[in-house]
Write a protein that binds this ligand. Structure first.
Ligand code: FDA
Length: 307
């Protein structure tokens, strides 16, 4: 395991500690605001306005995951529908992201599927695309099954995410090809064991390029979701060399990360979207951001001390 992965595993393990969680939830709010647009939908929509001024579009994500009751899943569905309608009333490209465990995937695949159909029907009316984020490895099969069912059921305003750290992903991409999926390629943000996931950053990065290029070679509309300057540069070079137009793919980055790069890519004529999370359930999201980057641990430590 390389240093990056050891750091990541360490942070994701500590994040499970209830005392640490309480401390961050009460004193880490300032730090959270770097990555989270606010507690409310109205604050998220204000962030959309600001991004649009810089030529960057938004992906709105109501934070929430791994719900444990049907009632909670239905509440999330209702809130996401409210989001889709509010976004639909704005003059910007509409795009939301969600997690299937937010819609009860852990309780029942049928429940998550049926709540998704309601969201996608609303989203269609609002001209909104719905990205299904990918969660940790035990949930990948169920997520792909629900996605497949939705596409086979005629819902085409939805897309899936593939993680380059998983050993299975190249095969998943091949199996999805007949559906002509809109894919987002990411490296992967969870703590995964060596049996299922590559642990060496160089391999994860080279798998990333392999998957993104393969998706584009098959003509899939591909979201290249990374902050990695080397991957971004290589994808720009390779697509230009292959004559793949800027309309064939897009770059996606996280809200609060490399803001200048987001605007720069947009000014160069690429479609750029920033993933904008909002809501009060920000702790798991924030833990993953800290785990990605040691500098973020320093920032969070500072805000814990300063309050
Ligand atoms: P990595 O973390 O290796 O960073 C590479 C380089 O990028 C760094 O060396 C640095 O140069 C630069 N960099 C990174 N962060 C920076 C910062 N804060 N400031 C300046 N430079 C920085 N994961 C998942 O499992 N399921 C999902 O559905 C999603 N969805 C998703 C959507 C979008 C839009 C993004 C951008 C990411 C995700 N992810 C995700 C998260 C993803 O898996 C991954 O954890 C993060 O993107 C971090 O990995 P990078 O690709 O940025 O590379």
């Amino acid at each position: 395991m390389d240093l990056n992965q050891s750091y990541r595993s360490f942070v994701l393990a500590i994040a499970q500690n209830e005392t640490f969680k309480k401390l961050v939830m009460t004193r880490g709010k300032n730090f959270a605001r770097r990555f989270v647009a606010g507690d409310t939908l109205e604050q998220a929509l204000a962030a959309v306005e600001e991004l649009e001024q810089g030529g960057v579009h938004a992906i709105l994500d109501l934070l929430g995951e791994m719900v444990t009751s049907e009632a909670q899943s239905r509440e999330f569905q209702a809130e996401i529908v409210r989001l889709v309608r509010a976004f639909g009333a704005r003059p910007y490209p509409r795009y939301v992201a969600l997690k299937l465990t937010q819609l009860g995937l852990d309780l029942s695949e049928d429940l998550a599927f049926s709540l998704m159909t309601g969201i996608l029907a609303e989203a269609k009316q609002a001209g909104c695309f719905v990205r299904i984020d990918m969660e940790d490895s035990p949930r990948v099969d169920a997520t792909l099954r629900v996605y497949r069912r939705l596409r086979e059921g005629g819902f085409d305003n939805t897309g899936v995410v593939l993680q380059s750290y998983l050993k299975r992903t190249e095969r998943d991409l091949e199996e999805l090809l007949p559906l002509r999926p809109a894919v987002r390629i990411v490296k992967g943000a969870y703590k995964e064991p060596a049996e299922v996931a590559f642990q060496d950053k160089r391999i994860i990065d080279s798998q990333y390029l392999l998957l993104a290029k393969k998706a584009l070679e098959h003509g899939l509309y591909t979201a290249v979701a990374t902050h990695d300057p080397r991957i971004i540069a290589e994808m720009k070079r390779w697509t230009a060399e292959r004559g793949i137009g800027k309309e064939g793919f897009e770059f996606q980055l996280l809200y609060g990360v490399r803001r200048d790069e987001q605007k720069k890519l947009a000014a160069e004529g690429y479609t750029v979207r920033a993933y904008v999370p909002y809501g009060t359930d920000w702790y798991p999201y924030l833990s993953r951001r800290i785990a990605e980057r040691p500098e973020n641990l320093v920032f969070v430590a500072r805000s814990l001390v300063q309050g």
